[in-house]
Ligand binder design. Structure first.
Ligand code: ADP
Ligand code: MG
Length: 256
């Protein structure tokens, strides 16, 4: 469904931020990327939808290399890739439902991106998605009045409005309290298990990865040092992922 092959990236042409990163993401699974700060997690997610251009490698999304698409094709492919951010990226003065409706902007001209011009069918769908994430009664509240956990759930509803095949989440719970963390992670897991969406999440909380992931990818210093089922994420593997300057020789676990 999504396969990353030999991804390589340097921002400055000297220091490597990603070196030969390869992994696959399966539909209906939660895949979590863990690793220390600066390991390259965000760079991987932003390369997938080509928000940044990687230097080398292949990103196969439904067997098409994202790197080879022209602008129009890339826009279409991005419509099938939902994004969830640590800081929500909502338009705070707008209501929850207006933010969710922005999720289908990719399929419209800019002019149509005004609330009154959305079709009733789209407004109904946006409301249903807010209900799905438990926020039906907050649909007409301005986002700036919502809690962090509620904002992130609006972010999820907005991503779902695109009818994504995959959702990429960059530290989605980093700003949330423990209770909101559980709510948001439960929703993301439900999207994988019940809706068959691939969910790829960058996290630094190992305990959350253990609880929610089917598949874990460990990144250290821009390299994949663990790629396996979550139940095989041992304490030794975690120590390896989080140690400084891992030498990947002999430490890469790559079996399914
Ligand atoms: N825009 C940028 N310009 C230059 N270097 C960057 C940029 N973004 C990230 N980096 C570098 O790339 C490496 C990986 O960063 P990042 O992907 O943000 O890691 P993570 O998300 O795991 O914390 C780090 O060394 C970071 O300093
Ligand atoms: Mg990051």
């Amino acid at each position: 469904m999504l396969t990353v092959n030999h991804l390589t990236k340097s921002y400055d042409g000297e220091k490597m931020s990603l070196t030969d990163v390869s992994f696959s993401v399966r539909p209906g699974e939660v895949t979590v990327i863990i690793g220390p700060s600066g390991a390259g997690k965000t760079t991987i997610l932003r390369s997938i939808n080509q928000l940044i251009r990687d230097d080398d490698g292949e990103i196969l999304f439904d067997d098409t290399d994202m790197r080879q698409l022209n602008r129009r094709q890339l826009r279409q492919a991005r419509c099938r890739i939902g994004m969830i951010f640590q800081n929500y990226n909502l338009i705070e003065p707008l209501t929850a439902i207006e933010n969710v409706l922005h999720g289908c902007l990719g399929t419209k001209s800019n002019l149509a991106g005004i609330f009154s011009m959305y079709r009733n069918r789209e407004k109904e769908e946006a409301l249903q998605l807010l209900q799905k994430v438990g926020l039906g009664e907050f649909a007409y509240q301005q986002c700036r009045n919502l809690s962090g956990g509620q904002k992130q759930r609006v972010g999820i509803a907005r991503a779902l409005m695109q009818r994504p095949k995959i959702i990429l989440c960059d530290e989605p719970i980093a700003s949330l309290d423990p209770k909101s963390t559980v709510t948001v992670m439960d929703i993301l897991r439900d999207l994988a298990v019940n809706d068959g969406i691939s969910v790829l999440i960058n996290l630094h909380q190992v305990d959350i990865a253990r609880k929610y992931a089917d598949h874990v990818i460990g990144i250290n210093n821009g390299q994949v040092v663990f790629d396996n089922r979550a139940k095989l994420l041992s304490d030794v593997a975690i120590a390896n992922i989080y140690q400084k300057n891992v030498n990947t020789e002999g430490s890469l676990v790559h079996e399914f």
